[in-house]
Design a protein. Structure first.
Length: 440
């Protein structure tokens, strides 16, 4: 419960009852009496008033008129993918070997004669009440991103934020989930940060945070290197945080057990420890194969063709039965599978390496000259474009829907303008601060 946000909204509309409403919220959430609640509400309002209209250019922000929910940011669909390009635009040219502009899940720089690969993943927001699961799955996600760049992970780090009323056991349970994966694949959790969400201004017990990973490599496998003539291989998948959320919030709790494995990591570790000719790799995560296909095709400038029957055959049977029963499109959610794009002549040995690690794999498609992606189901070519949002996999997501609630082109123009303002502001402050440090 964001007390500061609630207070500022009330002050902006000049709500005469904002203090009483705040006190009522505090009494309900904190279980304190009216006198204590009034003191806290007054302090919240004092801070809110002081920061409602701060003076100075650095504080200035022109609203875009588009919210995160409007544009589907974080929902792994068209709006989210487009936002990634805007983030890269604000960052600008970096000189990195692989940076945000290439839409890979990891970035790469050169240092000490080798590639240093870095990634960070946010925990699944709907797993806040299940800290161990949240830690387990976000750690798998971070390590997947290192492996698919062709690197060996060497360290993990975490950042955990919990609201003021969260019990300490939740924090420790979350760290245990992270460390469990680390121990299973011999990658240590070596540092991190622990903070409260919003300090005293946010009450409740919501948990959020992220896990990052660092890897090293002699060669890398970015998405841009996918080439016409390559074949596409995919390993089996039983899902991670997304499948857990679907199972939990639809009461299919037994399906969560299917996600408790490190098969992806075992397969990837076996693969990168040997010398194989691999052009590109990725993990099938949120947004599903639909989203990955779009991003790879865009980044590499190629056309991807997938065989639907072979794709569906690699999804864990219990998971697939749940998805079909709940009418959740498996092509639009994370299934925790490894996607490998390689020359056809290398495919056989790659598959043998994966199978020796105890993980199923099949050839699911090919790469051709062109653009976009196609899904072949027998003689039929089916729509394979990403939705505005990923497949709706919880009741609230189904209620919100998978389509945009506003005109997408109009929102995109507003987002473009916001990105341009941010680029300009960055340039002004770089110039200003650089000039100041050159003063005698």
């Amino acid at each position: 419960m964001d007390l500061e946000g609630f207070a500022k909204r009330g002050l902006k509309r000049e709500d005469p009852q904002v203090a009483d409403k705040l006190a009522a919220l505090i009494m309900e959430a904190k279980g304190v009496g009216r006198q204590r609640a009034d003191v806290l509400a007054a302090a919240v309002l004092e801070e809110a008033r002081a920061t409602l209209n701060p003076r100075g250019e650095i504080f200035q922000l022109v609203p875009s008129g588009v919210t995160m929910g409007d544009f589907g940011v974080g929902s792994r669909g068209l709006g989210d993918f487009y936002m990634h390009t805007k983030i890269a635009e604000v960052i600008g040219r970096t000189g990195a070997v692989v940076d945000s502009s290439e839409l890979d899940d990891s970035g790469v720089v050169r240092a000490g004669g080798q590639f240093i690969v870095l990634t960070v993943d946010g925990m699944h927001s709907r797993l806040s009440d299940y800290p161990f699961l949240a830690g387990f799955h976000v750690t798998r996600a971070a390590l997947r991103d290192i492996y698919v760049m062709g690197a060996q992970p060497v360290a993990l780090f975490s950042d955990v934020h919990m609201a003021d009323d969260g019990d300490i056991s939740r924090l420790l349970d979350h760290i245990a989930g992270i460390a469990t994966v680390g121990e299973l694949v011999d990658v240590p959790l070596i540092t991190g940060s622990t903070l409260r969400i919003g300090g005293d201004m946010v009450i409740g017990d919501r948990l959020t945070g992220c896990v990052g990973a660092v890897g090293v490599a002699q060669s890398i496998t970015p998405r841009r290197d996918a080439a016409p003539g390559d074949v596409i291989l995919m390993t089996e998948g039983a899902g991670g945080g997304t499948i857990c959320a679907a199972a939990l919030y639809y009461g299919r709790h037994e399906v969560v057990e299917e996600t408790q494995n490190v098969k992806f990591l075992d397969a990837a570790r076996a693969l990168v420890s040997e010398e194989h000719e691999i052009h590109a790799m990725t993990d099938v995560t949120n947004g599903g194969i639909r989203g990955d296909a779009k991003e790879i095709a865009h980044t590499a400038g190629v056309k991807l063709i997938f065989e639907e029957e072979r794709l569906s055959g690699l999804v864990n049977q219990r998971v697939m039965e749940m998805l079909e029963d709940l009418q959740i499109d498996y092509l639009g959610v994370s299934i925790d599978a490894l996607l490998i794009i390689a020359p056809e002549e290398a495919a056989g040995e790659i598959a043998r390496t994966i199978r020796r690690a105890g993980v199923a794999i099949d050839q699911v498609g090919c790469v051709k000259a062109g653009s976009g992606a196609e899904l072949h189901a027998g003689s039929e070519i089916r729509d394979f474009s990403p939705r505005f949002r990923e497949s709706a996999y919880t009741p609230i997501k189904k209620a919100i829907g998978e389509e945009a609630g506003r005109d997408f082109d109009q929102m995109r123009s507003l987002v473009d303008a916001a990105a341009a303002r941010s680029v300009a502001k960055k340039a002004r402050f770089v110039e200003k601060i650089d000039a100041m440090r050159r003063l005698p």
